[in-house]
Each structure stands twice: as structure tokens, then as C-alpha cells.
Design a protein around this ligand. Sequence first.
Ligand code: FO1
Length: 311
Amino acid sequence: MTVPPQDDLSVVALAGGVGGARLVDGLDRTLPPDALTVVVNTGDDFRHWGLHISPDLDTVMYTLAGLSPEDRGWGIDGDTFYALAEAKRRGVDDWFQLGDRDLITHLSRTGALSRGESLTRATAELCKTLGVERPVLPMSDAPRPTSIVTQGGEELVFQEWLVKARAAPPVREVRHQGTDHTTQAVLAALTTADLVVICPSNPYVSIDPILTLSGVSDALRNTTTVAVSPILDGKAVKGPLATMIAEIAGREPSAEAAAMHYEGLLDGYAVHPGDAFDAPFPLLETNILIQSKEDRVVFARELIEFARSLR
Ligand code: FO1
């Protein structure tokens, strides 16, 4: 399918945590207003301290608001942790580091949901208070929790495996439970998109929860879809993906192994220099290490030009 000129381009980005948010930030700085919608994984959502936490939505919102710490990527830069210290003092769970400024996001979201608002509406309200103008859409309004089945046979809620258990227990299987319904807003964005960008997020735990929702993969097959490799030189920039590829797919972690996960969906793929392989679709081989704000913009421009060149 032909990608129209940049000004007319309607782009949907599918994103998970920190890596996804960085590319979304580059696209945000590159594309005109109304040209970008972000669909975010909510499989990581869980309850903690009685609050509804949506780590990936928050990482995307804070990054777009310019609030994220550049190195760590999640939470709010310069946040304090007095509440966390008090939790520790009182023997309350302190394995998940909620910052004091970050807390207002979780309190606001939990309040909105308990008043019967949808997660989509609650997210739009949070975006407004943070000055984020791009549409940021949760992948669903209903719970779809990701869990990890370890090779020892234990099933852990995703954040408990990732943060509490430090992603140490080897993974046998990733499960997506709960709803398989996305929202009208997501379907409308996907069916009118000229281009879908699968961000360099973890395919198993950040992108699969979105792709396995009813209608999403079909929408991707009907438009131009490009992905950015989450693996550079055999390693993930952040998180447990490299080990997961070895444990789940039984393959050496590589850009190619990550692309194979999206078999049948891709029209193009961006890889780091030296990571090119014999692919059934065009490759963009360029610097995809986009930690700094400058690198994010340079790469986002290249990616859009690449997508426009695909026919
Ligand atoms: N990640 C950690 O590794 N440790 C934490 O204590 C932690 C706290 C946290 C608080 C708010 C938030 O929005 C994200 C937070 N994250 C933390 C990141 C998050 O758990 C993961 O990066 C994502 O879920 C992976 O996509």
C-alpha cells in the first residue's frame, strides 16, 4: 500500500514501555498535529497500594510531557520517595517504587475509574493535566493482565515477575488473560491509518497484548506496517527481552528473531547497523539507539521517509 506524503500521513504507533515511549517522542517531534495516535499496552496494569497502576501509559505520557528521566525512562525525573520510605517503615509493600509526584497520576486514575469513567477517558484527562496533546489511547478499557509462567511452573503477575522477582525466574510462557476487545477509538485510528509503527518494545509482553486483541492484526494487514527492532547487536537496550527470546523461542536473540515474531504483518523493518539479514521485506539499516532526544528525532524522520518509500 502507498504511503502518502508526510503532511497527509496518519500514523498510529503501538508502544509499550521505555523503548516505545522514546520512539513515540521522536514521532511526536516530527509529525504535524493530528498526524499521530499512540496505542499503549495495558497488559502491565496492576493494583498496588489499592491504586490502579498503568506503567506503560504513564511512561508514554511522562515522556511526551518531557517529565521522564532520560536514563531510567520511567517515573518522573527528580521525583521524591517519601511515601515509599513511609511504606517501608510501616512494613507495607515497597518493591514497586512509586514516586510522590507520580502518585497523583495513580490517585487520579483510580478515582476516575471508581466514578465509572473508562480508562480511555481517564487517560485523556491525565494527558490534559500533563499538557500532552497527542491522543494516547489504552489498548483496551477492560483488564487484560499479562502473566509469566516460569519454567518452574509458577504463574506470576507481570510486574511481580519483572520488578519484584527482577525478571530472574526463567520464562516458559507468557499469558494474556481477560478481555480480547479493544476500543472503538483504537479501531477507528487503526482503520484510518496510512502507517502503523510497531515501536521497539518487547514483542512478548508489550506488543503481543495489543496485537492479539480482536481486529488489531487484521487492521495492520490492511495498511503499511513497519517495526523497529527491539534488539541491537544481540542485546535489548533495556529489559529482559534478549533472555526471553532464548527461553521462549529457543533462538539466539537478534533483530531477525524479533522480526520473525511479527511474521505476516510487516512491510518494512528498521535495524541497527550490522544487524541486517535476508528479509522478505525492505530493511532500514541505521542508528536505532535513540536514548537522546536528538537521536529520537533523527531516527523518526528516517523511519517516516523509509515508510513513504515502501510500495
Ligand atoms: N520498573 C522497575 O524496574 N522498578 C520499579 O520500581 C518501577 C516502578 C515504576 C513506577 C511507576 C511506573 O510508571 C513505572 C515503574 N517501573 C518500574 C517501570 C515498569 O514497571 C516497567 O518498565 C514496565 O512495566 C515495562 O514495560
